[in-house]
Design a protein around this ligand. Structure first.
Ligand code: FAD
Length: 367
């Protein structure tokens, strides 16, 4: 698992994606998943770019529906976060919660469930976890150890190169039953199947109907509160020309093609308040700072939006719309959506997907 930060390599990774194999194998830990999420989450590429690249290769929407749907899950969660506070229980209060902490054996990767422990060690090493491993880990934490989802989701976000405030919170809530009609469980047989492990006799080796009534296993009973230190870079020399337009990049927008070639100030704004609310590890910050190399002339400013504009007398900064930058003033530009026509809140992904698919199909027929 190697996450290059060179733009041409990232584009090559899109070209190398086999959407048919993806659909057949994506649920397995060793399946042909794209590993594109760190680039999508950091705004280097968009879901739309990935889908368009597959269609340009001659695939029909129907045959790559599995990939298209997953890309749309991401857009869907972004739409939810435009209108809802994803940091609060979205549909129902999470029920059967014992505490607001995280099991210590999750943090130390010693749950006793081999596949999950390996996935946590990989998360610490590579900053990535397969979707099924995320679901299994979240289910063990929220539904077996009965933790509230908030602190554990923060723990996972902290370590993920693809940490995304919307996908993360909405997915944890989906597993914990506060963003879905029931809690998600996977038993040992399911875990063995998709993670290629062969464990038996664990606390997860049970029938599905016994999960709700099980008590917290001793392996998960010790819990802790974890701190998430963030080391933002120190401010280096900084120059702006107030006669030029200013493009603001953030933790969620590192698009090298954005207004490319225009003489301008390009500033990566790292707001301490954002990282206090959504802390990230050194590995995530290193990844972000390396992505900067794809954007010529970009400078880093550590401080708030207000401090930046007042200190340097900037007006009419240009930025991409995002729920976490609602306090920015200036020219807000839309993000790239697979289906910009489908906006607003849909209570279920499938209602959203139905509209997106209809619109996409009609767009493709017209093209
Ligand atoms: C508990 C939990 C926490 C999660 N936290 C995050 C997070 O912080 N950031 C994040 O980007 N994703 C998150 N996801 C969603 C998903 O796990 C990752 O997007 C996916 O595993 C990324 O790997 P990939 O690029 O190889 O995915 P692929 O399977 O190759 O999918 C291609 C793209 O589709 C999108 N996608 C795929 N699956 C999902 C999904 N279930 N939900 C939303 N988008 C999806 C992603 O943009 C991904 O890059 C979380 C899922 C769970 C269950």
């Amino acid at each position: 698992m190697n996450f290059t930060t060179t733009y041409s390599d990232i584009l090559q990774r899109i070209q190398d994606l086999d959407p048919i194999r993806y659909g057949e194998t994506r649920n397995y830990l060793t399946g042909d998943v794209s590993y594109l999420s760190p680039y999508i989450s950091r705004g280097v590429i968009s879901t739309k770019m990935v889908l368009e690249a597959m269609l340009a290769k001659g695939f029909q929407l129907e045959e790559i529906e599995s990939l298209a749907k997953e890309l749309c899950w991401r857009d869907y969660f972004q739409r939810v976060a435009q209108v809802k506070d994803v940091q609060e229980d979205l549909k129902f209060p999470q029920y059967d919660v014992l505490h607001d902490e995280i099991p210590s054996n999750i943090v130390s990767a010693e749950t006793g469930i081999e596949g999950i422990d390996q996935a946590i060690r990989d998360l610490y090493t590579h900053g990535y976890m397969h979707n099924h491993a995320r679901m299994y880990a979240a289910s063990v934490v929220c539904n077996v150890a009965k933790s509230r989802w908030k602190l554990p989701s923060k723990w996972m976000y902290y370590h993920l190169l693809d940490g995304d405030f919307a996908s993360n919170a909405c997915s944890w809530q989906w597993v914990a039953g506060s963003n879905s009609s029931k809690k998600y469980y996977a038993n040992q047989e399911n875990i063995n199947r998709y993670m290629s492990t062969h464990q038996h006799g664990t606390y997860m080796d049970r029938s599905y109907d016994s999960f709700e009534s099980m008590s917290v296993p001793k392996e998960l009973s010790i819990t802790q509160v974890t701190s998430f230190p963030v080391k933002l870079p120190s401010q280096s020399t900084f120059n702006v020309n107030t006669n030029l337009p200013t493009y603001l990049y953030t933790y969620y927008n590192m698009d090298p093609t954005w207004h490319q070639g225009i003489d301008s100030n390009r500033i990566l704004l790292l707001e301490p308040s954002l990282f206090e609310q959504y802390p990230v590890s050194d590995k995530c910050l290193d990844f972000l700072l390396k992505l900067r190399e794809n954007i010529p002339g970009i400078q880093v400013y550590v401080g708030s939006f207000d401090e930046l504009v007042h200190e340097y007398g900037l007006s009419n900064c240009v930025f991409k719309e995002h729920p976490l930058t609602k306090h920015f003033q200036g020219i807000s530009e839309p993000r790239d959506w697979i289906c910009p026509e489908v906006t607003g809140y849909y209570p279920s992904f499938f209602a959203y997907w139905k509209h997106v698919k209809k619109q996409l199909t009609s767009n493709l027929h017209e093209a």
